[in-house]
Design a protein around this ligand. Structure first.
Ligand SMILES: [Zn+2]
Length: 462
């Protein structure tokens, strides 16, 4: 206990340096998406490796695997009789989005009233720094860690981790651990420590429609000649019924219903629709989507959902009276246990291509498919996490689902014989991850770092 108190003291004494390191890391535009400078993820990998070396991990390497953005690996294993914990985060970020919508520059992290704004500050560079801060606190104060640790910081999470399966296959023995710990999920609310036990998976596709082979006068030809945006709109509109339920035949066949225990757990969580709307920015007059006979948490966590995440044809500015020849959209489908990613992807692509309106030319390009994940949060590792988070946040932890996707979790848990996965909440509902003006609530970030300092001690055998 004496040692733990000293580690927490060391964490607090180092707060300014850890924040400075986060700001530094978030200055690097490490966007993994196509069309962005790939040097960004190379530089962020090097910076993360340098941080892990600074805290004193004896083994730190930047790993290259095919043409994947670099992974950062670190290791401290000086207690052969103790378990090994794999700490995961990712160093790549989403594209910044629309520059004009940012109140502060996306890659110049700016502190405003307790929140650090910038692309990737919350998702997931704060997660990287939670691991760095917790390891540093122990190594500076005790010169050792309570458990053995392996660290993996991925560089392509935000594009669906296309190389992760083959990377895992090639490094499985090097990464093998008894417990997996991630800092890349949200808390139910600010200050409410949360453990995520279920994630949705993700499949997606780009769809392109062509109707005429070049733009033509909309007066001289319109009527007989049909424009591509109109055809695309019909293709997209039939993805859901008028209430928002997905209309792809058979898509719900494999959806696993939550059991009674899980239903009770979800029902016990506080939910305030007005607050939910305010956090998401959904106006009161707008109906909520999805299946109205199911609760909002169930819709978010346990049901598939479809979204059109990009749409392009012609800009309003500079447009003329013409029949537009082509239009494109990106469709994203979140899937849940036990939907198979490949089958779901094939169903989505097939549905988009089938029976094109007016027989228009429709081409669908599938994206990667990432599985959903769910676990039963029982056993000593979850109890350890509950104790650590409750002590750090000063209130009991809750179990929540997450509508987002982390492709890493399922395959790694399976490869390590069902090792428990502790997904520690870091973001709050107003952090706006993936949107413009992403902002990290520093208070929760600091609490979680203390939670991880405590967790490492809790996971050591007594
Ligand atoms: Zn993330």
């Amino acid at each position: 206990m004496e040692e733990l108190a000293r580690a927490i003291q060391a964490l607090e004494a180092h707060q300014d340096e850890d924040l400075a390191a986060l700001v530094d890391l978030a200055r690097i535009p490490s966007v993994s998406a196509e069309g962005f400078d790939p040097q960004g993820v190379v530089r962020s990998a090097e910076r993360v490796a340098a941080l892990l070396r600074e805290v004193g991990l004896p083994v730190v390497e930047v790993l290259r695997h095919g043409d994947a953005p670099p992974y950062v690996f670190g290791e401290w294993r000086s207690s052969p009789d103790r378990p090994t914990v794999l700490l995961y985060a990712h160093h790549d970020v989403q594209p910044p989005g629309r520059d004009a919508a940012w109140r502060t520059p996306p890659f110049q992290p700016t502190l405003v009233e307790g929140r650090l704004f910038g692309r990737g500050v919350a998702d997931d560079k704060a997660g990287v720094l939670v691991h760095v801060a917790a390891l540093g606190a122990w190594l500076r104060s005790a010169g050792r860690l309570p458990v053995n640790v392996r660290v993996l910081v991925e560089g392509e999470e935000e594009v669906g981790s296309p190389h992760l399966a083959s990377f895992l296959h090639s490094q499985v023995d090097r990464l093998r651990s008894e417990v997996i710990c991630l800092t890349d999920t949200a808390n139910l609310d600010a200050g409410v420590p949360s453990l995520t036990y279920r994630l949705r998976g993700l499949v997606g596709a780009d769809v392109e429609v062509r109707t005429v082979d070049h733009p033509i006068h909309s007066g001289m030809w319109g009527g007989p000649a049909v424009d591509a945006p109109l055809v695309l709109a019909r293709v997209l509109a039939r993805l859901v019924d008028s209430r928002g339920r997905i209309a792809i035949p058979g898509l719900y066949d494999r959806v696993r219903e939550p059991d009674a225990g899980e239903r009770a757990r979800i029902a016990a969580l506080p939910f305030d629709e007005a607050r939910f709307r305010a956090q998401a920015g959904i106006p009161p007059a707008m109906a909520l989507g999805g299946e109205p006979d199911r609760g909002v948490y169930e819709r978010l966590w346990c049901r598939p959902a479809i979204a059109v995440t990009a749409l392009e044809a012609r800009d309003l500015l500079g447009s003329t009276n013409q029949i537009v020849e082509s239009a494109r959209a990106r469709v994203s489908l979140r899937i849940v246990p036990d939907m198979d990613p490949e089958t779901s992807l094939a169903a989505l692509c097939g549905f988009l291509e089938t029976d094109p309106p007016w027989g228009a030319h429709v081409v669908v390009r599938p994206h990667v498919a990432a599985p959903a994940w769910v676990t039963e949060p029982s056993g000593p590792a979850f109890r350890a996490a509950e104790r650590a988070l409750a002590a750090a946040f000063g209130r009991p932890a809750v179990y929540i689902g997450c509508g987002g996707t982390i492709p890493f979790v399922g395959p790694f848990a399976a490869a390590f014989d069902g090792a428990p996965c502790l997904l520690l909440g870091l973001e709050d509902p107003e952090c706006n991850a993936h949107g413009e003006n992403e902002g990290l609530l520093l208070e929760d970030w600091r609490r979680l770092a203390e939670g991880e300092v405590r967790l490492l001690a809790e996971l050591a055998p007594r």
